[in-house]
Design a protein around this ligand. Structure first.
Ligand code: ADP
Length: 353
């Protein structure tokens, strides 16, 4: 299966997104190639296997599919597996990389029958570009405007039957007409610690890294339940192990390594801790609006909403309410701080505002 990329992806360690060609190469080395190698997400895999078998039996292309969930959970990997299982090719691009309708039209007209087009961050497509997709997905045709001014006319161009795979961290941001054109919508979930441990063990084997079972288990709790972060932590631990501990990743390597990377025992990294500290110390635990949090942390709203908060909500550290974000008792105790509510209860006083 060939993979072709249009446009670059950006990001950093905390967001779990791709940063450089070297990192991308590292990720590609570890990417599972088949459903059997792909760990976890059992429900999604079960569905997809049926869809693939059915499409193959009818000798049709697979229906357009959208994967959604936080970064690093395996959306791109699953898309590659789908193309592989359908004996086809995957072409990769992303919403922000497609600036003009012509950019997308050029890719669509160059596709071959049965190929897959993967659009990462599909919620960030510009509207004129997105509109090209509507007829492409539904009728396998695109409408091009030829000429300018009063003599301009529309020309319909047939394109090969293809499968669109959209990936997004924000499914709710997809416009209705686009959402409705996907035959399959699959949500990827955060992984359980044993699944992350399995991913770590698999990656260590591929990379020829020696890691003790107890060390892999310890690390599995500190990877924000995300395969991409697990693999990156493994790489960092290998560095610590090689320099300080003769190459083997032991419990001690993991403990010292995590400390050096400022990752705590719940797997919260610097950004998570910074978020909770801001919310507790500057805003008394909330409620606080997104833009205020972004300003307080000097972080982008998107990163807060799509990367930091989903994990903190799932782990029970914060809640989103109609009035804004609030921290839970778990967050107060995790930071070693006293919640104002608890203080009130202890003091036996209630402050009426
Ligand atoms: P996303 O597209 O959701 O941001 P990717 O598919 O790029 O995430 O996955 C990031 C990395 O995590 C890949 O390098 C891949 O090796 C690994 N990975 C993701 N999901 C799994 C999985 N279920 N089993 C094993 N490795 C996985």
């Amino acid at each position: 299966m060939a993979i072709e990329e249009h446009g670059a992806s950006a990001g950093n360690f905390t967001t779990g997104q791709t940063t450089s060609t070297e990192t991308e190469q590292f990720e590609n080395t570890l990417r599972p190639k088949t459903f059997d190698d792909y760990i976890g997400q059992a429900d999604v895999k079960r569905n997809l296997k049926v869809f693939v078998q059915a499409a193959k039996k009818r000798e049709e292309t697979l229906e357009h599919t959208v994967f959604y969930g936080p970064p690093g959970l395996g959306k791109t990997t699953l898309s590659m597996i789908l193309a592989h299982e359908m004996n086809s090719q995957l072409r990769i691009t992303s919403g922000p990389a497609l600036e003009k309708p012509g950019d997308l039209a050029a890719i669509l007209t160059n596709l071959k029958e049965g190929e897959f087009l993967f659009i990462d961050e599909i919620h960030r497509l510009r509207m004129p570009v997105e509109e090209i997709l509507y007829s492409a997905m539904e009728d396998f045709a695109i409408d091009l405007v030829v000429g300018k001014g009063p003599s301009a006319r529309t020309m319909r161009l047939d394109i090969p039957k293809f499968t669109l795979i959209g990936a997004t961290t924000r499914f709710s941001m997809l416009a209705g007409p686009l959402r409705d054109r996907f035959g399959h919508v699959e949500k990827l979930r955060f992984y359980e610690a044993p699944e992350i441990q399995e991913i770590l063990t698999r990656s260590a084997k591929i990379l020829d890294i020696e890691i003790e079972t107890s060390a892999a288990e310890k690390l599995s709790y500190c990877a924000r339940r995300t395969p991409r972060i697990a693999n990156r932590l493994l790489r960092r631990m290998r560095d610590f192990a090689e320099i300080q501990h003769e190459g083997v990743i032991t419990d001690t390597v993991v403990e010292q390594g995590l400390k050096s990377l400022s990752i705590d025992e719940k797997g919260l990294d610097y950004s998570d801790q910074d978020y909770l500290k801001n919310l507790c110390e500057k805003f008394g635990g909330g409620p606080v609006g997104l833009s205020t949090m972004a300003a307080a942390m000097g972080e982008e709203e998107n990163t807060i909403e799509e990367v930091i908060e989903p994990f903190l909500i799932m782990e029970g550290f914060i809640q989103k309410t109609p009035r804004g974000r609030i921290v839970t008792d778990l967050a107060w105790s995790h930071l070693g701080l006293k919640s104002p509510v608890t203080q009130n209860q202890n003091g036996g006083q209630t402050i009426m505002l």
